[in-house]
Design a protein around this ligand. Structure first.
Ligand code: ADP
Length: 448
């Protein structure tokens, strides 16, 4: 459309300009012709004048009029529209070298006064310009049509290049909206479209992964809920029978109670993990004594350890150790790790909590002499609901280490695991010393 409008505008101005140009050229040609006619009048005598001038008119295909007080003779056909009037020609006779021009849409005429052998003549010459103009207009229209044709072909090719990849992408996006996450788009090229296609494919891969995780999560959750619920409803039904011995009644009631407890822990852990995985999770960071915190946690876990005759050792460096972290969340980390160490260690084993200082960093190592883990198990332990087959005999829901790893990641700390099957495991958490305790330590070292 833009091309067409520009072309029409250009054509309009070009035709106008060509009009002016062709008229200008025509006037100078006509002036030369009138000069030639004047020369002929001067050369030939009055007797031969008529025949020479009519020969010239025929051979040059030109119409002209010779005028003075005695003559008003036209050679060829002078069109009325552009013919000079008697009065005009008379007026011109009074001026030496007087000139006059006129034009209609297709005719141009030129008149000039000549003095030949003491007699003044007005010689007017006329020319038909239609052919020249129509030739120009025709060539202009032809080139316009060619331009339009070439432009349309080029436009179709370009639109095929641009529109086709975009419509492919629209189709693929609609597939994605319908839930088909396996849809992919292919594009051979290295331009912006190929970047867009790659981004789309990455998005589809990511959505497919998320969908898989979501489905897995729902199936894990329903499975984890189903086991205790089945136990609860089963034993509740048995409890309905009236002639049940007292000891069995108590036993079944305690099974119901422990399974309810299991459900409660599961939902609390799920809630905690969901909160930790929220995008706007905030940490309440402040400086506190790490040794005091670990002492408190070990005390709370001592009772469980004692029930299995497990000893908890605490190895710590001299002096105070301060860290900057979210105290209550880090307490959860130590509880989960020490609790696991006790859970997965046989009776009479040893759990060691060791604090080591490495320059500006602190490492807390939780060793146990428990069942240990294979390489394969280690690679999955931080996944939600993952439980090694060996550990199924022990109570748990597979969320404890997911919570630990999320809290560690939120702080920007590090956690490592080494383990040997049937020998034990070591979980190591690495975190920076608080600036205050690092500077204090430097001062103490200098004094020493
Ligand atoms: P849970 O202990 O409730 O099963 P966790 O997320 O805390 O869930 O642990 C996931 C799995 O990692 C456990 O089921 C167990 O297989 C393994 N695991 C964790 N800690 C230890 C450990 N100290 N020794 C051996 N295996 C462990």
């Amino acid at each position: 459309m833009t091309i067409l409008v520009s072309f029409l505008l250009a054509g309009f101005f070009a035709i106008r300009r060509t009009d002016d140009n062709t008229n200008q050229i025509a006037y100078s040609e006509l002036e030369r012709a009138s000069k030639h006619i004047a020369d002929l009048i001067e050369l030939v005598g009055p007797n031969d004048q008529k025949s020479v001038l009519s020969d010239y008119s025929q051979s040059s295909e030109m119409s002209f009029n010779i005028y003075n007080e005695n003559i008003d003779k036209t050679y060829g056909h002078m069109n009325k529209k552009s013919r000079f009037s008697e009065a005009e020609k008379k007026a011109m006779l009074t001026v030496i070298n007087g000139k006059k021009t006129t034009n209609t849409s297709s005719l141009v005429a030129y008149a000039k006064t000549y003095e030949i052998e003491g007699i003044r003549y007005v010689i007017s010459v006329q020319r038909d310009n239609t052919l020249k103009k129509s030739t120009f207009v025709t060539s202009y229209i032809v080139s316009g049509l060619i331009l339009l044709l070439v432009g349309s072909v080029v436009f179709l090719i370009i639109s095929d290049f641009i529109v086709k990849p975009i419509s492919n992408l629209t189709k693929a996006t609609n597939e994605l909206i319908k839930g088909n996450y396996r849809v992919r788009v292919n594009y051979a090229g290295e331009d912006e479209i190929s970047k867009l296609y790659n981004a789309f494919n990455q998005m589809a891969i990511q959505l497919a992964k998320q969908e898989e995780t979501r489905q897995q999560f729902i199936s894990d959750v329903s499975h984890e809920f189903q086991t205790p619920l089945t136990a609860i409803s089963g034993f509740a039904n048995i409890l309905k029978s009236e002639n049940l011995p007292d000891d069995q009644r108590k036993k079944y009631a305690s099974i119901i109670s422990s399974n309810s407890q299991r459900l409660s822990t599961l939902s609390k852990n799920m809630l905690q993990l969901t909160l930790l995985e929220g995008e706007d999770t905030k940490l309440d960071i402040h400086e506190y004594s790490l040794i005091d915190q670990l002492n408190r946690v070990i005390e709370t876990q001592d009772y469980t350890a004692l029930s299995k005759d497990i000893e908890i050792e605490f190895i710590k460096p001299k002096g105070e150790i301060f860290v900057e972290a979210d105290e209550s969340r880090m307490e959860q980390v130590w509880i989960n790790l020490i609790n696991n160490a006790i859970k997965y260690t046989e009776e009479h084993g040893v759990v060691t909590v060791e604090v080591k200082r490495w320059g500006k960093d602190i490492s807390v190592l939780i060793h146990d002499t428990g069942i240990g883990m294979s390489e394969e198990t280690i690679s999955h332990i931080f996944e939600r609901f993952y439980r090694d087959d060996k550990s199924r005999a022990v109570e748990g829901n597979g969320l404890g280490l997911s919570i630990v790893s999320r809290i560690i990641a939120l702080h920007g700390f590090k956690i490592d695991v080494t383990s040997e099957e049937d020998a034990g495991s070591v979980f190591t958490v690495k975190m920076p010393l608080s600036t205050k305790s690092y500077v204090n330590k430097l001062i103490v070292n200098r004094k020493d």
